[in-house]
Design a protein around this ligand. Structure first.
Ligand code: IVH
Length: 733
């Protein structure tokens, strides 16, 4: 699997990796789709989202056989949310192809001419109009009454938002007599900049006053989507939504034979149509209008992200038809990213729900493409230093050396219709003399735990997973999940509610619930959704899980890279919690080859080697586990937790037919044919128990040169002693 920051080139993927990567991308894209369409709260920029989709397509192109049945490349938008009734679109709501420059537009127009076999002197008129950055809405009028309004959804099926659409003042509920008996008018719902700002101010005030339902929106488009997709139409009504009509779906009778003519009729019926729509007869005229719209972009008062060109004659539109998901008769000409210059005032660190430390630039507020920008993402520490994900220099000075970003710098900010603006350049000439290079924190700003950066990763992560406020909810959900503690009646939802009220802030708190909140069950019973019986059942279910198999406990801790299989491997290898914890606390990864050599035989390096020697445990996972146990805050949390548990030792796989099965063996002195760790691993693989000290229980001591007190003790106790060669002969070399 590709890791953050160290993505494998598509050309270098083998089939297994490609499969894993397609699975990962499907999951990730679905997650962002849900954030964007479901919650109207995107977490990555459009450009980053497009990059995920592009990578998915590239892998599918190289490995067509691996394409998933539910491939993200087949989806337009997102499936409709469960919260609304569904509407199947009589005519699918598709998206538009793109052109990015003048030449691509000329190619597009040339393609249309060829498709229609137009003579050179035949005029191909097209309309050019702003591409509104909102969400599309289909309005169905039967007998000139608005009977249904539906969002695009996945293009085939949308959500029924009729009651909400009826509250939008700009949308006529009735069409005049001149309109046909049946027509479905399509267009874009949007919010103006000033309305968006006023709404967000209100929302922020309500949020500050403790209203959890008040959400601050990232941009006008999300605000429009969030406002239209409300279960309560009264809320939609209170939001200042606007509408522009620009297309149609089912329409047996149209009022004109051209795109411009139909829009004009829509306007005459009282439908808002964009005043900047213009009919053009040449590519030059289209481009001139594009530039005219671009010049007005910042002063329009609402977001547009390009210009849409459509073939004007409807009979030609019909002949041109559609490619799989986009019309051949229309295309979108996107604007290049907007830029502005400002001063970076500070760099803050945000901690994500998975512990990633993300630097954020705090900017002197500046207007970029009509929107005030005061934050920009800085991605990770390399990015601040001027280094990209694959190690290349992304900002270079005259000599090609990377330019870092410092508080106090004058920077160029770019917003490409993006959710998160980016810093694309630093003006070194304006760097204040006192500006100091930014030092990335090595501690989590939320919980103070140490933050580590794995090899090959761009992201630094907090290791205090069990106690860090930024991560705890995710960790708790994982802790109670099906393959971890699996406590009946305590799922993600309940954990979230308990956490929100401060009842549970660490895994151990779950096991104190009865003691703290169950007295007479009163407090729990008083919670919404809990009665005496369910409360009682919950406490019983929690008690039932106090006896937990070691492997489940290890998995439940949510240590990075430790899944169920690794949990089992670790449990089998160490047998008991005490042995596991002691070994993990002791182990230290050597800092270098020299370190490993110099300290070979030192207990902490031995413990590290022992961990690595487990078949199925690699250096990345081993390091993650050791880092986890190196954080004192995690240890405190673990102590509270394990105090409450009765951890069931893992069963050791028995190899009964070896001569050392069940025997207790001690290695002492230096071994010459293999490392101590390997000798130990082999002995254990054969069913022996390897101990560090000699006692009456010891069956065999393997002594190499330099053996001292342990050999002496063995001799005193009459324990059998073998040389390394004799030992190898015994176990079969
Ligand atoms: S025409 C068959 N015109 O852009 C295509 N779409 O990327 C019909 N949009 O889903 C769409 N302004 O939500 C058209 N003037 C405009 C538009 C516009 C915004 C949106 C619309 C569509 C998306 C396609």
């Amino acid at each position: 699997m590709a890791k953050d920051g160290a993505q494998v080139d598509v050309a270098d993927l083998d089939e297994a990796l490609a499969q894993a990567e397609l699975d990962r991308l499907a999951e990730e894209i679905a997650r962002h789709d849900a954030a964007y369409h479901g919650d109207d709260a995107p977490v990555i920029s459009d450009a980053e989202y497009d990059a995920l989709k592009r990578r998915n397509l590239e892998i599918e192109a190289r490995f067509p056989a691996l394409k998933r049945a539910d491939s993200p490349s087949e989806k337009v938008g997102a499936a409709p949310s469960e919260r609304f009734l569904k509407v199947r679109h009589a005519v699918p709501m598709l998206s538009l192809g793109n052109v990015f420059d003048d030449e691509e537009l000329a190619d597009f127009v040339g393609g249309v001419r060829r498709f229609l076999s137009l003579d050179e002197d035949e005029v191909l008129a097209m309309t050019a109009e702003p591409k509104i950055d909102g969400l599309s809405l289909a309005l169905r009028y039967e007998n000139r009454e608005l009977v249904q309004a539906a969002t695009r959804g996945d293009g085939a099926e949308g959500e029924d938002v009729t009651r909400n659409a009826l509250t939008i003042a700009e949308i006529p509920t009735r069409l005049p007599e001149s309109a046909p008996a049946l027509i479905e008018i399509r267009g874009e719902v949007y919010m103006t900049h000033s309305d968006f700002q006023a709404l967000n101010t209100r929302q922020a005030e309500r949020e500050a006053a403790g209203d959890k339902s008040a959400k601050v929106f990232a941009n006008p488009r999300n605000a429009a989507a969030g406002s239209l997709r409300q279960l309560d139409p009264a809320i939609t009504k209170s939001r200042p939504l606007k509408f522009f009509a620009y297309a149609w779906g089912e329409a047996p009778e149209l009022p004109a034979e051209t795109q411009a003519g139909v829009l004009e009729a829509f306007g005459a019926w009282g439908m808002p149509v964009n005043p900047l729509t213009q009919r053009c007869e040449t590519v030059e005229a289209l481009l001139a209008h594009y530039r005219a719209i671009e010049a007005q972009r910042a002063s329009l008062g609402y977001d547009i992200d390009g210009v849409v060109y459509k073939v004007d004659r409807l009979d030609w539109q019909g002949r041109l038809g559609f490619r799989s998901r986009t019309p051949r008769w229309a295309t979108a000409h996107k604007f290049p990213a907007e830029q502005a210059t400002t001063v970076l005032e500070a760099i803050d660190i945000q901690v994500g729900r998975t512990g990633s430390l993300t630097p954020v630039a705090r900017l002197r507020p500046v207007t970029v493409g009509g929107v005030v920008v005061s934050n920009a993402t800085l991605h990770n520490e390399d990015y601040i230093c001027g280094i990209g994900n694959d190690g290349q220099v992304i900002r270079a000075d005259a000599e090609g050396a990377p330019i870092d970003i410092r508080p106090g710098d004058t920077v160029t900010v770019q917003r490409a219709g993006d959710v998160i603006p980016q810093i694309v350049a630093v003006d070194l000439a304006q760097r204040p003399v006192e500006a100091e290079a930014y030092v990335f924190p090595l501690k989590c700003p939320v919980c103070g735990s140490h933050a580590v950066r794995e090899e090959g990763e761009a992201v630094r992560r907090c290791t205090g997973g069990l106690i860090c406020d930024a991560q705890i909810v995710e960790r708790l959900k994982h802790f109670v999940s099906r393959n971890a503690f699996d406590i009946e009646g305590l799922g993600a939802k309940q954990v979230e509610a308990f956490h929100a009220d401060g009842w549970v802030s660490q895994p151990a708190d779950i096991f104190y619930l009865r003691e703290r909140y169950g007295g007479g069950l009163q407090q729990l019973k008083n919670r919404e959704g809990w009665g005496e019986k369910s409360a009682d059942n919950l406490f019983a279910a929690i008690d039932e899980k106090r006896a937990i198999p070691l492997e489940r406990l290890i998995y439940a801790l949510g240590i990075r890279h430790v899944g169920e299989t690794s949990g089992r491997l670790l449990a089998r290898r160490y047998g008991s919690w005490d042995a596991f914890e002691a070994a993990m606390k002791l182990a230290r990864a050597p800092a270098s080859k020299e370190d490993a050599k110099e300290n070979a035989g030192a207990p902490e390096i031995e413990a590290w080697n022992e961990l690595l020697n487990i078949d199925g445990v690699g250096a990345v996972m081993a390091a993650a586990v050791v880092e986890f146990f190196a954080e004192p805050r995690n240890l405190e949390s673990l102590e509270r937790l394990t105090d409450q548990l009765d951890i069931v030792d893992a069963e050791q796989p028995q190899t009964t037919d070896s001569p050392v099965a069940g025997k207790t063996v001690v290695f002492t002195g230096s071994l010459e044919q293999m490392s101590r760790a390997e000798a130990k691993a082999r002995a254990e693989a054969l069913g022996a128990k390897v101990s560090g000290s000699v006692s009456a229980k010891t069956d065999l001591v393997v002594a190499g040169p330099g053996a001292g007190s342990k050999l002496k003790k063995a001799e005193e106790l009459g324990v059998e002693v073998k040389t390394e060669d004799e030992w190898l002969a015994l176990i079969g070399g």
